[in-house]
Design a protein around this ligand. Structure first.
Ligand code: NOJ
Length: 572
């Protein structure tokens, strides 16, 4: 029934911590983070109060896209360790009550995967139909579709005289999900990892598994175009039937191009597909709708609208996932907050937002200490394939390096991939060797050791917020009702469950903002600053328990104001 709450599941009450293994902690001095490095730092995650780790890919890979180009779906990359190290990690996690979500990259493999090496060598290969091949149209590729990382989506394969399809880099050929034998292989891979004891999966670009007819003209943004192909829901239902339900696994699908209106198609429990999806509406809020790599201005009104729209779309029809940072985005404080005098306040504010909305929160490594963007001095200091491709075309177009760099650093994924800052020793205590990517020089002041020692730190604020969330069912399951929706600087909402009414007020600005008597009679539960007078200090966050009759807020008290569609990201 619409509006009826689905039964509660453990993962709805969980807090997830995302690890980018290459950048988390290097245990053997080769400059690359590894599994033993993670095992050695599990106490940090347990002390935070997280329940689940989402581990970005650790499979053998030529690393064109840092592991999102998998050469062996059942292996562990040597630079990350061995299967025995992986099993030890799982055991040590188990001892601390932590569960693991593996990242599965099933839209494409690496071009070095044995399936593709065989498929590209001969049309008679048994794996030929695991990939997508077409002949030329005229003298060129089968169509003019574009790839997410730049250039066209088809690459010529000389030995077989035809083209293969790739939504990302040419080294990431798309798998042909139309082929039932391929799908059976994928279900087996999932069973393999489930057999090791993982709790579930994060599915890379799950919205892209089914391709549209190749005759379709590619219009608008790339993400909406590749999303929601005709059979994607059949495939996901088959996955649930074959693997997820029988093995009791939780699954979150990355879903670029999926709108809030379409979201229930993926996560409504009655449909039997995924448990959660990651939408891109706020990921794309500071990008142009046409191109994810071109920066654009954002406004708080747009962010409020996106988060409210997604809560409403899923209320009673699925479960939301919440994130403000990940390995594909610049640091959240540099995007939405403050990196100067209000940095700590802004970090606490966004922590409060993440941990007081309805849905499962995903914390990205380093955000819990308020890491910010890195002043990469040159293109040579960047490592991402997106940066390399972007610079190649910018240079071909005659642009100066400084000019390209200034623009690219507004969207660069490498900001999220600099070493985790553990202490003030060289490279932030990430490695005893030379790190694969430069550390943010800021590690000298911003690091886990310093944050642990300071009871007023961002880290302790995260810990307190997570503890509050765990002790407060209204913060997990309560209805979300925005208030003061049209305010340009204040983001405020209530969370409501039974007779518990909580008020969250966030001043998302560097100015002091009067709020009248909003929340005056509330009891503060947590805040970024002491006291709660009528003026919110810059980037102040407050969570209050209110005594009012919940009935007052039971229907949306204020509707969201109209927002310029230019700020809506990719959903429109
Ligand atoms: C989404 C992943 O999060 C990103 O890092 C990767 O580059 C693409 N998918 C392609 O796998």
């Amino acid at each position: 029934m619409p509006g009826e709450a689905a039964p509660r599941a453990w993962w709805q009450e969980a807090v997830v911590y995302q690890i980018y293994p290459r950048s988390f902690r290097d245990s053997d001095g080769d400059g690359i983070g590894d599994l033993d490095g993670i095992t050695g730092k599990l106490d940090h995650i347990a002390a935070l109060g997280a329940d689940v780790i989402w581990l970005c890919p650790v499979y053998p890979s030529p690393n064109v896209d840092n592991g999102y180009d998998v050469a062996d779906y059942r292996g562990i990359a040597p630079e990350f360790g061995t299967m025995a190290d992986f099993e030890r990690l799982l055991r040590e996690m188990d001892r601390r009550g932590l569960r693991l979500i593996m990242d599965l990259v099933f839209n494409h493999s690496s071009d070095q995967h044995p399936w593709f090496r065989s498929a590209r060598a001969s049309k008679d290969s048994p794996w030929r139909d695991y990939y997508i091949w077409r002949g030329s149209a005229g003298s060129g590729p089968p169509n003019d579709w574009r790839a997410v990382f730049g250039g066209g989506a088809w690459t010529w394969n000389e030995p077989t005289g035809d083209w293969y399809f790739h939504i990302f880099a040419p080294e990431q050929p798309d798998l042909n999900w139309e082929n039932p034998a391929l799908r059976r292989e994928l279900w087996d891979i999932m069973r393999f990892w489930a057999g090791k004891g993982v709790a579930g999966f994060r599915l890379d670009v799950a919205s892209f598994f089914s391709k549209k007819p190749f005759e379709a003209p590619q219009t608008g943004g790339i993400f909406p175009f590749y999303a929601n192909g005709p059979r994607v829901h059949d495939y996901l239902r088959e996955m649930r039937r074959e693997v997820l339900d029988p093995l009791g696994l939780v699954t979150v699908g990355e879903a670029p191009g999926v709108t809030a209106d379409e979201a229930p198609l993926y996560v409504d429990p009655a449909r039997g597909e995924l448990d959660m999806i990651f939408h891109f509406d706020h990921a794309g809020i500071d990008r142009t709708p046409e191109d994810f790599w071109t920066p654009a201005p954002w406004r708080l009104a747009g962010l409020k609208d996106v988060l409210t729209r997604w809560d409403r779309a899923l209320a009673g029809r699925g479960w939301n996932s919440l994130y403000l940072g990940n390995h594909d985005l610049p640091r959240l404080l540099s995007r939405f907050g403050d990196t100067g005098v209000h940095r700590a306040a802004a970090a606490k504010l966004f922590a409060t937002l993440l941990l007081t909305l309805r849905g499962t929160p995903y914390i990205y490594q380093g955000d819990e200490i308020g890491m910010i963007n890195t002043p990469f001095p040159s293109v040579a200091d960047l490592r991402d394939v997106v940066a390399a491709n972007g610079w190649q075309s910018a240079r071909a177009a005659g642009r100066a390096e400084a000019d390209f760099l200034a623009e690219h650093l507004l969207v660069a994924r490498d900001h999220a991939r600099t070493p985790m800052q553990w202490d003030a020793s060289p490279h932030g205590g990430f490695t005893d060797g030379a790190p694969w990517i430069m550390a943010n020089p800021d590690f000298a002041v911003t690091n886990v050791a310093a944050a642990t020692a300071d009871p007023d730190s961002v880290l302790h604020h995260y810990r307190r917020l997570i503890a509050l969330r765990k002790a407060t069912p209204a913060l997990v399951h309560g209805d979300y009702v925005p208030i003061e929706a049209g305010h340009p600087d204040i983001f405020a909402y209530v969370r409501l469950l039974d007779d518990v009414l909580l008020l969250v007020v966030l001043n998302v600005s560097a100015a002091a903002v009067p709020i009248g008597d909003l929340g005056r009679d509330g009891v503060p539960l947590i805040g970024s600053h002491d006291g709660h007078g009528p003026v919110m200090r810059p980037f102040e966050a407050r969570v209050l328990r209110m005594a009012e009759e919940p009935g007052e807020y039971a229907s949306p008290a204020c509707s969201m104001g109209e927002v310029d569609p230019a700020y809506m990201g990719f959903s429109d």
